[in-house]
Design a protein around this ligand. Structure first.
Ligand SMILES: Cc1ncc(COP(=O)(O)O)c(C=O)c1O
Length: 413
């Protein structure tokens, strides 16, 4: 009998029968409140009727319009529609399928446009599983161990992770920027550095938001040295943080952003946005792929933009996110050392009485929550952070329901 690889592990025991809105209905006959959103993907909720209708309509007219062979209408429409939401000046787009591919496209662009070999990533960042993306990932060795040699030219600077260092945000930011300058003096000279690649909020790394002074420090150094600032918005984009893009909380201009996940409500679609001037510096033929910008994915993305706008999902993410963060904070017990996040990205970090990462208790909490009908995920270098990522359509009542279950879990675990 053929089976799935044992290496492909599931965070929950649920087999989905069907799903709608904020709920997954299991083949076990149970209903689960889905605070995982397919790792931040199904932001319009499962099977939003407008997205379903757009995708079904598109399937009947064109499924695969290979985009280095022909152009197709959903791709042109999506490109135009994104103009209304992209950061100013980022008016040129390339599309692929997965987040990792988008990160690699940004890397290729940065190296080709600057003619420089190195990139700087920030400790705790997650950028994907393909070899180049895994080489830039420092949120856990599980993503990069055992298949070295990894790609060269990647250097790691600290992220201002105040809780981890036991410092204030000011101290952590001073440290991070000082170490970055030290890296320039000792490891990769600015003249050999093509880009900073950074998440506005560390995702897999434990739901740690960055801060304005840190990101503006990167911007200032990028401008001074001709380095590109790439924000990886794959998890933080499309309203997830309570602004359209995560970096917009920090008043810092990007040169490139990567997008995926919430872009197409579950259909595979990713991309990068940059200025046309920058895009034009990459080498001809360096962008493409068989499946990029699938017509059904593009139609679903256009419908997703409609829903985000019509239903005020960015505003809802900000309001419901504030409720979720406050609720998770007020319910935290001694087992939880820190509760943090931005918008509808909220993480609770489990620690022992000595302040050490408590992976076992975090895992027990996540498992218990699933048994009580609330689906959650883990993250963090030590896998001791339980994260909540509800869809952006989540209601106040659903936030209350989720927090009610979470309270029971914390009391029992
Ligand atoms: C910030 C970030 N970058 C890149 C990726 C990689 O995306 P994918 O898994 O689609 O390759 C992810 C996925 O979780 C992510 O959160």
């Amino acid at each position: 009998m053929t089976r799935l690889s044992p290496l492909l592990q599931q965070a929950t025991p649920v087999t989905v029968d069907h799903a709608a809105g904020s709920y997954i209905y299991g083949t076990d006959g149970r209903r689960y409140l889905d605070f995982t959103a397919g790792i931040g993907v199904t932001s319009t909720g499962h099977c939003h009727p407008h997205v379903v209708e757009a995708a079904q309509r598109q399937i009947g007219s064109l499924i695969h319009g290979q985009y280095t062979t022909v152009m197709h209408k959903p791709l042109l429409e999506l490109t135009e529609r994104l103009g209304a939401v992209l950061p100013e000046g980022l008016d040129s787009l390339f599309f692929a399928n997965s987040g990792s591919e988008a990160v690699e496209a940004a890397l290729r662009l940065a190296r080709q446009a600057t003619g420089r070999p190195n990139v700087i990533v920030f400790h705790g960042g997650f950028h994907g599983r393909t070899v180049a993306a895994a080489s830039m990932t420092t949120s856990g060795t599980r993503f990069s161990a055992g298949f070295s040699p990894l790609m060269g030219g990647v250097h790691i600077a600290p992220f201002p992770n105040a809780y981890r260092y036991g410092w204030t945000e000011e101290q952590a930011t001073d440290f991070a920027l000082k170490e970055l300058d030290y890296l320039f003096a000792t490891v990769t000279s600015p003249a050999e550095t093509a880009a900073f690649i950074v998440e506005p909020v560390l995702g897999e790394g434990g739901y740690v938001p960055g801060n304005t002074r840190f990101f503006q420090g990167l911007r200032e150094r990028a401008d001074r040295h001709g380095i590109l600032l790439v924000f990886d918005e794959i998890q933080t984009g499309f309203g997830r943080t309570g602004k359209f893009f995560g970096h917009q909380h920090f008043d810092t201009r990007p040169d490139v952003i990567t997008i995926a996940k919430g872009l197409a409500s579950g259909f595979p679609l990713s991309g990068i946005a940059a200025s046309e001037e920058l895009m034009a510096k990459a080498w001809p033929g360096s962008q493409g792929g068989t499946y990029g910008a699938n017509a059904v994915s593009c139609a679903a993305a256009v419908a997703t933009l409609d829903v985000i706008e019509k239903e005020g999902l960015v505003e809802n993410a900000a309001a419901r996110g504030a409720e979720l963060l406050a609720g998770a904070r007020s319910r935290a017990t001694d087992a939880v050392g820190d509760v943090r996040g931005l918008g509808l990205l909220v993480g609770s970090e489990f620690v022992t009485a000595d302040g050490e990462p408590d992976r076992e208790r975090a895992a027990a909490a996540q498992k218990l929550a699933a048994s009580k009908g609330l689906l959650l995920l883990m993250c963090g270098a030590y896998m001791n952070v339980v994260r909540m990522i509800p869809p952006l359509i989540v209601t106040s009542d659903q936030i209350e329901d989720g927090l009610g279950i979470w309270s029971e879990v914390l009391d029992e675990v």
